[in-house]
Design a protein around this ligand. Structure first.
Ligand SMILES: NC(=O)c1ccc[n+]([C@@H]2O[C@H](COP(=O)([O-])OP(=O)(O)OC[C@H]3O[C@@H](n4cnc5c(N)ncnc54)[C@H](OP(=O)(O)O)[C@@H]3O)[C@@H](O)[C@H]2O)c1
Length: 316
């Protein structure tokens, strides 16, 4: 009964007295400041929401750990296939990408494509097997883009198909020179520039064949296994300079390089038996993984190889 009356009194009181907001600031200056703070916050939010409405992608990029805004990325062999997809993925996250390959016509085409996608891009020819080309690529990047933050070493060749015992010294020289030695020498060239920027990222593009050599591709697959070792060897040394070193091992991806595999229905059917995801991969699926590894989302990952194979088993 008492409780009921007191609740009734409370309600009566509420009905008669207008409810005042709790006073938190008593000093007149505090009130004035609160009003101007309020105005300031309102203006800020108005500005931010206008910016979000007009430029949502850029804001999202800037606010997220996957952003590569302000970064400069060299991607080798990037006028087609996986290299081009990597350049697109890095560029879409805000990086200025430097694309290259051996043929000027291919470079021009890739630059035009990336520009049409609003990606900041510089293009030049570079055959990674040639020392002077590697030096030119690095110097041009520093001169035109102001520094280097990311290297994606993607170029590889395979001039031989057959039994490994039939491969010649020339074949081995070519494959190891382009696929392994050039990857290391290019890394050596970019490291001082990354150190000047306070850190960076190096990504090597290996292959599922680096884990399990494919029949007929012995020397090429051995070169891809070497990249797994190179990743492991470099990572601890470069961690002192805040440079992470990682590797991506694609499975069979739909590019010109692997067309002999995915254009042959019998081979595709055989391949599918080894895949959990029953399809050939797309270059963009490798590009996305590379961009992830270069971003702050992967800030605690170094010395690793990420296999992107649709579930093909990968064990050394
Ligand atoms: N596709 C797959 O299934 C697959 C699987 C595992 C690993 N990978 C690896 O992925 C990387 C890229 O292969 P991809 O399939 O994307 O090949 P792709 O589509 O055939 O593209 C090859 C690119 O490399 C350039 N290139 C070739 N030789 C070069 C050299 N010596 N120096 C500089 N650029 C060169 C080509 O342009 P130019 O002709 O103008 O030089 C082209 O832009 C390679 O390391 C490959 O081993 C591919």
């Amino acid at each position: 009964m008492w409780e009921r009356r007191s609740r009734f009194d409370e309600i009566q009181q509420l009905n008669t007295k207008p409810v005042q907001p709790p006073k938190v600031m008593h000093h007149p200056y505090a009130t004035r400041r609160a009003t101007s703070d309020c105005r300031y916050v309102t203006v800020m939010f108005r500005g931010l929401s206008r910016f979000l409405r007009t430029n949502p992608v850029s804001v999202q990029r800037r606010m997220s750990h996957s952003s590569l805004d302000g970064k400069v990325a060299i991607v080798t062999a990037s006028t087609d296939g996986i290299g081009l997809a990597a350049a697109q993925a890095l560029g879409k996250r805000g990086a200025h990408v430097v694309v290259s390959s051996r043929r000027q016509a291919n470079v021009d085409k890739a630059v035009a494509l990336l520009k049409s996608q609003s990606i900041r891009v510089t293009g030049t020819t570079c055959n990674v097997g040639k020392g002077e080309d590697r030096e030119k690529l690095v110097q041009l990047t520093v001169d035109q883009c102001g520094g280097i933050d990311i290297l994606v070493s993607n170029a590889a060749v395979n001039p031989f198909f057959g039994n490994i015992l039939d491969s010649t010294e020339d074949v081995w020289d070519k494959i190891l020179s382009v696929n392994v030695k050039a990857a290391f020498l290019l890394t050596k060239l970019v490291v001082p520039h990354m150190e000047k920027r306070g850190g960076g990222n190096v990504i090597f593009v290996s292959s599922v064949g680096g884990y399990q050599p494919m029949q007929g591709l012995g020397p090429y697959c051995v070169s891809k296994t070497a990249l797994l070792g190179l990743t492991r060897a470099l990572a601890p040394e470069l961690a002192h300079s805040n440079i992470r070193v990682n590797c991506v091992a694609p499975g069979v991806i739909k590019t010109r390089f692997s067309s002999a595999l995915w254009e042959n229905k019998d081979i595709v059917d055989e391949l599918k038996k080894q895949l959990s995801i029953k399809r050939i991969g797309e270059p963009e699926e490798i590009g996305g993984t590379i961009a992830f590894l270069c971003s702050d989302d992967a800030s605690y990952i170094t010395g690793e190889t990420v296999t992107v194979t649709g579930g093909m088993s990968c064990r050394l």
